[in-house]
Design a protein around this ligand. Structure first.
Ligand code: NAD
Ligand code: G6P
Ligand code: MN
Length: 457
């Protein structure tokens, strides 16, 4: 892609709470990354229209030359595009709430991407993401998809299995968000940090945090913790996120040598998480009452007044990361970024076919992972366990296999036993009938004693 090119982008999940922030970021970057066309694509026409009409007003005022449209038609959306920024939520907040509340009913972690909730969400997302890839390849074969859609780790494994040659990069904003906090604690700019990191998505560790001169700050950050009171990362400021940043201290206690991704609390302290969760009001409710309301009422205000003078949308590390990534591909910048890629030796002592999150060099052909060497036994054990959980989920989706999904839940560190795993799974199946493939039972299936005629014993 040459330096004078103007780009055409489609945002899949146009009605997302993050769409407007990304568009604002694109506007801020208009000089380095000029746009000729911008499209939004969503299945939910009404939800998307609110965001789109507000953006249309913003763009008319600030960048009238950009051809801006929105649609629910895949052909219109995916024709003549250079990049697809994807952030769809299969099943919406309605199903996120179920993912969180059903496990909690069984005293098990209920979370968007971790444990049984993440597995349930994965079973919904896989088919939708594969469909987006197929639209992209059909209508714009040279297009790159930069995909935030969660659960990113399971989605990435499904892409590896089902569309291994697709031009898709699966990404997460959590490492950049945390690094923004770290840089503030250290007193540097986020881009001044050069990090080493290994693991899987929402399941990794920093092994080095250096400035450009090579000074190591890892012990300093470990001592300080991740809690910052200044709004450096507008995205992760709600009380529940602050509690998560605080809990990093207890993650560090288990291994003080590496800095943990905060999502590890769901695997290392599941009992604590359950004890501190409200089964009737989970993060889905908090987001509906917070971010979703804020974004949609800001959009409505712009529509009602016909001008963006009344306020705009926040730009955070989520938006800057995806725009930086698009620039790195478009202009072959070889920027170093953390991405989810097939291992192939990047982490020396785990399987090649695990989707890992590691620093990569990004250019016109995508990501080139940087080797992170051998990892210690504790992290290796955790990663291998979690990787097999996620592989079983993808197998279950492909094979429509109940047994494999039960095994996935049973293997997850967030569940205490096969019995509880089955109870949670059966409830999740019930609530996901509209979204999951129908799971087949093994003809040799053996029933649990607790399910047979116990009174006969
Ligand atoms: P949201 O519900 O506000 O937005 C998602 C949009 O996708 C909705 O408008 C919905 O109608 C649409 N959609 C659902 N299925 C679709 C499909 N098959 N095709 C087209 N559109 C579809 O959710 P949100 O909170 O804004 O989050 C959006 C997504 O981004 C979620 O998957 C979330 O987990 C993810 N996310 C990921 C990261 C990351 O670090 N990877 C960070 C933030 C958000
Ligand atoms: C982090 C994670 C994402 C997650 C996002 C929003 O940035 O990396 O994967 O989707 O937070 O979570 P929330 O609970 O605020 O919707
Ligand atoms: Mn993430």
């Amino acid at each position: 892609m040459n330096q004078n090119k103007q780009f055409s982008i489609v945002i899949a999940g146009g009605g997302s709470t993050y769409t407007a922030g990304i568009v604002m970021m694109l506007l801020e970057n208009a000089e380095r990354f000029p746009l000729r066309a911008l499209k939004l694509y969503d299945l939910d026409e009404e939800r998307q229209a609110t965001i789109a009409e507000a953006i249309a007003i913003e763009l008319k005022e600030k960048a009238p030359a950009i051809d801006f449209t929105w649609t629910t038609d895949p052909q219109t959306a995916f024709t003549d595009v250079d990049f697809c920024f994807a952030h769809i939520r299969s099943g919406g907040y309605k199903m996120r709430e179920q993912d969180e509340k059903i496990p909690l009913k069984h005293h098990v972690v209920g979370q968007e991407t971790c444990g049984p909730g993440g597995i349930a969400y994965g079973m919904r997302s896989i088919g939708d993401i594969i469909e987006l890839i197929d639209f992209m390849e059909k209508y714009s074969p040279d297009c790159w998809m930069l995909n935030y859609s969660n659960p990113a780790s399971i989605v990435a494994e499904a892409c590896r299995r089902l569309r291994p040659d697709a031009k898709i990069l699966n990404i997460c904003d959590m490492p950049v968000g945390t690094q923004r906090r770290m840089s503030q604690i250290i007193g540097l700019q986020p881009k001044d940090l050069e990090v080493r990191y290994f693991g899987m998505n929402h399941f990794g560790w920093w092994t080095s945090i250096k400035d450009k001169a090579g000074n190591e700050y890892l012990p300093y950050v470990a001592h300080h913790g991740y809690l910052t009171q200044i709004e450096v990362d507008t995205q992760h400021m709600d009380a529940s996120w602050q509690a998560t940043h605080k809990k990093a201290q207890d993650l560090l206690a288990v291994d003080p040598h590496y800095l943990p991704n905060t999502y590890l609390k769901y695997y290392l302290y599941p009992d604590y998480v359950v004890a501190h969760s409200d089964p009737d009001y989970t993060r889905a409710n908090e987001v509906e009452d917070g971010r979703e309301k804020r974004v949609f009422s800001a959009a409505q205000k712009i529509i009602d007044t016909g001008t963006s003078d009344v306020g705009s949308f926040p730009i955070d590390s989520h938006a800057s990361f995806i725009v930086d990534l698009a620039c790195a591909i478009a202009f072959n910048t070889h920027e170093r970024m953390l991405l989810i890629v097939e291992n192939n030796g990047a982490v020396a002592n785990i399987d090649d076919d695990i989707m890992v999150e590691v620093p990569c060099i990004v250019g016109k052909d995508g990501a080139e992972p940087l080797t992170q060497g051998k990892i210690p036994m504790f992290q290796r054990g955790m990663i291998l366990n979690q990787a097999m959980v996620e592989k079983l989920v993808v197998d279950a989706w492909i094979n429509h296999d109940y047994q494999e999904l039960w095994q996935a839940l049973t293997l997850s560190k967030t569940l205490p036993s096969a019995q509880v795993a089955k109870e949670v799974l059966d409830d999740l199946i019930e609530s996901n009938r509209e979204y999951w493939p129908e799971l087949k039972h093994d003809e040799h299936e053996v029933h649990l004693i607790s399910e047979s005629a116990v009174s006969e014993i």
